[in-house]
Design a protein around this ligand. Structure first.
Ligand SMILES: [Zn+2]
Length: 310
């Protein structure tokens, strides 16, 4: 089931990609204009939601110019190979470190398989290669002229080494993918105030790089943060501050509770206790704390990987 397109102002729209059947989890951003642009694809299982969002925005697939992915994790870029087949003139815009993995997704799929196991196809669908001549790799500081606005690209590691954030001159907002936290909003938690949860998934999580990237994002003085998950924050300084605070807290927690042979399930238990306690002290407890579980599992895997390989 698809949902109505969400008008975020500044000529930017969001379609809910219904990742894992959940509303309010993962979105793509649609920017209609002289060069029609979409940011993020989700997995190929989200193709119906993606194309329905385009339809609601009045854009036919053959008029899409750019499909931008903030990074190549499957919940952001898994559908890119399927979508370029649907959008004959679109080019896929990606970090240079991600480009060859979109063209030849074998390693990308193997990495995701290690995390998701047999559930990979059910969660994200098939991952098709993107033809190399349809890929546009963007260096740090590169810009893309959309005719009525300019997008500027910045390499922002911390969550992934192949991550870009994208500053929009139109509304002075920045698309941060997974660099500046997941936004747990009211629809998910029942709480009035958002909770910003850094995502520390394997295998690139790096607290120091996260700090440097957040400092860069802050220096751009954006008016809005568009999260990969989910929607927009206007209190951008709070987003940056909470990302910094919790990245440090997660790193310290991992150092404190770690012992050899610890399983990721044990680590996820420690992390969930910490997060619930932190939520209680800051925004309140969620109506159903199982909403956190998928992120607790992925974060725990990434935190253990970071500690064991740093
Ligand atoms: Zn993500």
């Amino acid at each position: 089931m698809s949902r109505p397109l969400i008008d975020l102002g500044d000529g930017i729209y969001m379609a809910d990609l219904m990742e894992r059947g959940l509303s309010g989890r993962t979105g793509c951003y649609i920017i209609p204009g002289p060069r029609n642009t979409v940011i993020e694809t989700g997995g190929s299982v989200s193709l119906p939601q993606w194309t329905d969002g385009l339809r609601q925005a009045g854009i036919s697939p053959d008029r899409v110019d750019y499909i931008i992915v903030t990074h190549i994790h499957l919940d952001h870029a898994g559908g890119a190979g399927s979508l370029v087949r649907l959008c004959p003139r679109a080019r896929v815009v990606v970090h240079p470190r991600g480009a060859r993995h979109l063209a030849d997704p074998g390693r990308l799929i193997a990495g995701a398989r290690a995390v998701y196991g047999d559930r990979l196809e059910e969660l994200f669908g098939v991952v098709l290669p993107v033809p190399a001549d349809r890929i546009l790799a963007v260096e740090h500081g590169a810009s893309l002229d959309l005719g009525d606005r300019t997008l500027n690209f910045y390499h922002t590691p911390g969550h992934a080494k192949h991550h870009v954030s994208i500053f929009d001159s139109g509304g002075r907002g920045i698309f941060t993918g997974d660099t500046a936290g997941i936004r747990y909003h009211k629809e998910l938690t029942g709480l009035e105030q958002d909770y910003i949860l850094p995502t520390t998934t394997p295998t690139d999580f790096d607290p120091k790089a996260t700090h440097e990237s957040v400092e860069l994002l802050r220096s751009l003085n954006p008016a809005k943060v568009y999260h990969g998950h989910f929607g927009v924050s206007t209190d951008v300084e709070r987003v940056f501050r909470e990302t910094e605070r919790l990245v440090d807290a997660f790193a310290h927690l991992t150092e404190n509770v770690y012992r050899p042979n610890m399983t990721w399930q044990e680590m996820a238990g420690h992390l969930k206790s910490f997060v619930l306690d932190d939520m209680k002290q800051t925004v309140g407890l969620p109506k159903d704390d199982t909403v956190l579980d998928a992120d607790m599992d992925l974060n725990a895997m990434g935190l253990l990987h970071w500690l064991q390989t740093r």
